[in-house]
Write a protein that binds this ligand. Structure first.
Ligand code: NAD
Length: 472
């Protein structure tokens, strides 16, 4: 069977195909890998300050094309407000790395060891080619979030964004050329086969996407003995405890569950609320949810954009049907709306059980099941009763209770009295638990250490060797 050379592009607002995406063949990806490997040593030889100058130039080049990026992201994702946050947040993240990277990568001076004539020096060696494979929900941000620290570390980059949302690629190539990064950053387009070719051509992989694909990526990397950072799916719980500020919790959770139409890895997808405050919390949440409007027909009006990926439509529809068949009630929303493209109105579900797919599986949509629990212990146990462990949220007015509960949750980022802070605050280190991923922290300064290998220089300053073996 001959491989497709193009893939159809779909506009999620209309549901219509309105363009074609070129598919980079495996041979082309391999050739790019060779060119990147050839260019990388000179890039790594530049000082960290020189590399950061070019990253600053990249931030400038993105800012100069802000409107263009917004247009491509709007065409691919159908949403406007989140695209602004995405472009501005990406530029800000690059500027933050420019500030932080030099200190992170500074080599330590030569150390005297306990043995008087032995000294050591710790050095870092960048991986030559870092492959990036990214998803469709924040296409630009999730293509650059790992690429920028890797570039700062001295790696070259081979990136493949999602085939669902690659319209920004030509503009990003232009910005990379302008910043003088064209030789060390190649972008390819296509679906899974192109992704596999990226793995074959790389020395390390940063993958963001579903657990199912992450498993394939992890297996392919293991076969090649190359490290893989896997940032995967979640089913993030929020715990609303009896002493929470209920109005505040409802507002935060409506935002944390429905922003970007729920299509964020750190979206809240389950709420466990203690019985004494359940009725008042549910009423407040429903009020917040019902006040949100679809961003239709004008993408600049309303808060809820379309379901971005066509493949998501059936998944969400099936989860809603399964929940209703098993006795759940939608207090607002509950049905997908077809405007050509498909919208999921903010949906609050009650009378849900753990057997429903909407409670057990990732939804990646603006659907929020609310489960009433007897007490804090039940809330913690049920929040942890999942194969995922990305993030979570706890609402209580007691700082001690917040600490006690947060420390028992099996997830890498816990927002306290807010939701989804892990998406907004990128300085604190966090790792994924359970099937939500593996690898070092993508956040905080530790992120950059993923892209270098430690090399020790072990120096004998003048004693005859082998000094460690008794003379004959
Ligand atoms: P996906 O797994 O379907 O695809 C992700 C990427 O992998 C795409 O670029 C795709 O082309 C590529 N791919 C597909 N098959 C491949 C293969 N066999 N080998 C190599 N690459 C392959 O995910 P998606 O639907 O694009 O994104 C949604 C998922 O991403 C959700 O599960 C969401 O939770 C997750 N996500 C996680 C984070 C995080 O930081 N943890 C962030 C955003 C999204």
């Amino acid at each position: 069977m001959t491989e497709a050379t193009t893939l159809p592009l779909r506009n999620p607002r209309t549901g219509q195909s309105d363009g074609e995406l070129p598919v980079t063949s495996a041979a082309e990806v391999a050739a790019l890998g060779v060119a990147l490997r050839r260019a990388q040593p000179a890039w790594a030889d530049e000082s960290i300050e020189q590399r950061c100058q070019r990253l600053s130039a990249l931030a400038d080049a993105l800012a100069a094309r802000r409107e263009g990026f917004l247009d491509t992201l709007l065409a691919d994702t159908g949403r406007w407000h989140e695209s602004q946050i995405e472009v501005d947040g990406t530029i800000a993240a690059i500027r933050r790395w420019v500030q932080q990277a030099p200190a992170c990568l500074a080599e330590k001076p030569v150390q005297q060891e306990a043995i008087p004539f032995i000294q050591t020096q710790q050095t870092w060696v960048a991986f030559p080619v870092v492959g990036i494979i990214s998803p469709w929900n924040f296409p630009l941000m999730l293509t650059l979030i790992d690429a920028v620290p890797a570039l700062a570390a001295g790696c070259s980059i081979l990136a493949k964004p999602s085939e669902v949302t690659s319209r920004f690629v030509p503009l990003l190539r232009e910005a990379l050329e302008e910043a003088g990064l064209g030789e060390v950053f190649a972008l390819v387009t296509g679906a899974g086969a192109t992704g596999q070719a990226v793995i074959e051509a790389s020395d390390q992989i940063c993958f963001t996407g579903s657990v199912a694909t992450g498993r394939k990526v992890g297996e392919a990397c293991a076969r090649r003995f190359i490290p893989a950072s896997l940032e995967l799916g979640g089913k993030d719980p929020a715990l609303v405890l009896s002493d929470a500020n209920i109005e505040h919790a409802a507002r935060a959770l409506a935002w944390g569950s429905f922003v970007n139409g729920g299509q964020s890895c750190m979206s809240i997808e389950r709420v466990y609320v203690e019985a004494p405050v359940a009725d008042v919390f549910i009423a407040a949440l429903v009020k917040e949810a019902a006040a949100l409007e679809l961003a239709w027909p004008d993408p600049k009006q309303g808060q809820i954009g379309p379901v971005i990926a066509a493949s998501q439509v059936a998944l969400v529809r099936n989860q809603l049907a399964d929940a209703k068949a098993k006795g759940a009630r939608a207090l607002t929303g509950g049905e997908l709306i077809d405007h050509g493209g498909v919208w999921c109105p903010p949906t609050v579900l009650v009378d849900v059980t753990d057997e429903m797919t909407v409670v057990a599986d990732e939804s990646f949509a603006s659907v929020l099941p609310v489960i009433v629990v007897a007490d804090e212990a039940e809330a913690i146990a049920r929040a942890n009763n999942t194969e995922f462990g990305l993030s979570a949220a706890v609402f209580t007015q007691s700082p001690e209770r917040a600490q006690r509960v947060a420390r028992q949750l099996q997830a890498g980022g816990i927002s306290i009295n807010d939701a989804c802070l892990t998406g907004m605050v990128q300085t604190a280190e966090k790792q994924s638990f359970k099937l939500s991923g593996m690898g070092g922290s993508r956040m905080g300064t530790a992120s950059i250490r993923r892209f270098v290998r430690a090399r020790a220089l072990l120096i004998n300053t003048g004693t005859a060797s082998p000094w460690w073996f008794p003379a004959a």
